[in-house]
Design a protein. Structure first.
Length: 194
């Protein structure tokens, strides 16, 4: 009986179920409710139209632990275009529709519509999310996604301390809704494109 494949399968199933439930015991579902909209902002000292989330530019930071489920209810308040969010570096295992690639893994979220992104974060790290439709990333539709180690796990790296960093995506200044007729010149400084 102890040599039977069925007995071995039962033992393996019990071990797997026990380890899975222990890891999932500390996992939580992190809920976020977002409204994506146009905003007047001065990221480089000159007022322009940008895209923000809940009145924030860049968008809010998502913080979770490895093993958690992230639940983002996104409402598109843009008047003229669809929106999708890509979770850069997050593995979409079993949730390919949450990858945020328009016309590939999901349809764009049309103006006035709501879509729920729900996925599990399984690896600790610093990631970011961004708009993945047209030029939305360069219009400011992005933010941080920080996944801490799972509850009870040891941090694998030593840090000197916490720090804040700012990321500028782009480096050129042009209206986000106009077709370019000439090449852009990269910014040499904040006041170079008045």
């Amino acid at each position: 009986m102890l040599d039977s494949p069925l007995f071995s399968l039962c033992i393996l199933s019990i071990i797997f179920a026990t380890s899975s439930s222990a890891a999932a015991a500390g996992a939580k579902t992190r809920h976020f409710k977002w409204e994506v909209e146009y905003m007047h902002w001065s990221p480089d000292g000159l007022e322009s139209v940008v895209m923000g989330i809940n009145g924030q530019f860049p968008g809010p930071t998502i913080r979770a632990r490895a093993g958690d489920t992230v639940h983002v209810e996104l409402t598109n308040k843009l008047h003229t275009e669809g929106v999708v969010i890509h979770w850069h570096g997050i593995r979409q295992i079993g949730t390919p529709w949450a990858d945020g690639t328009a016309s590939i893994s999901q349809c764009a979220i049309n103006p006035g519509e709501t879509f729920v992104y729900r996925f599990k974060v399984d690896r600790a790290g610093t990631y970011f999310y961004h708009g993945h439709y047209g030029m939305q990333r360069s219009a400011g539709l992005y933010g941080s996604l920080i996944v801490d180690v799972a509850e009870g796990e040891k941090e694998p790296f030593h840090y000197d301390g916490s720090s804040t960093f700012c990321s500028v995506i782009g480096g050129t200044r042009a209206p986000m809704n106009k077709r370019l007729t000439s090449p852009l010149t990269p910014c040499a400084g904040l006041a170079s494109h008045r």
